[in-house]
Design a protein around this ligand. Sequence first.
Ligand code: C5P
Length: 230
Amino acid sequence: LRYPVICIDGPSGAGKGTVAWRLAQTLGYQLLDSGALYRIVGLKAFEAGLLSVDIQQLIDETVLLELTKSLQIAFEPNNVSGRVDIIVNGLRVGEQVRNETVGGYASRIAVFPQVRQALLKLQQDMAMRSGLVADGRDMGTVVFPYADVKIFLTASAEARAERRVTQLVNAGQTADFDAILTTIKARDERDENRAIAPSKPAEDALLIDSSSLDADTVYQRIKEQCQTQG
Ligand code: C5P
């Protein structure tokens, strides 16, 4: 028996998280927030002093790999935040992994093949237990190539930066559009051009550009795709 898998890949800020959560709730599936895995490893690597200020400098890959393997990671849905909570070695990790600084750490450790390999089984095992909505960069290309539905959700870097500014302003914080745009582009560049599992649509993925679509329209389109393909 194989459970259904729905993959939603694409860059940060395209709206993957929101739509993946809603879809998982509606279908009664588990949600795999694969970005959270890379964020946790990125944060732990930073705390362990493995991320130098100089972005070009090579991290000690052996230590990084050991650190990755030492982490027991699990997810629990949180109806209040509308995201999964991340449990690492039995402890709940707060929202501190969800900021752009940690997103940057994540994309730096995500280039290492052995780190990706170490996280692979945990991700694939989630699909053995129930239906799954998986959100990330390589869900449809590497982790679940056999998935029933594959979506690649993008939006222009400008549209994504604009959304981020709105989010921050709504949260009572200040936001610098140009600085946010530069950071978004730098992370996209690293994710799209790395040698292993780069962020790109699977050949059989449906492409959706959410630049001028609201979250509800995106959700409806993906749901339709699940009904025709799932
Ligand atoms: O999706 P999110 O912004 O949380 O991902 C953080 C970073 O983790 C990405 O920029 C990417 O470098 C990495 N990532 C990845 N593969 C995934 C999910 C995330 O390499 N499947």
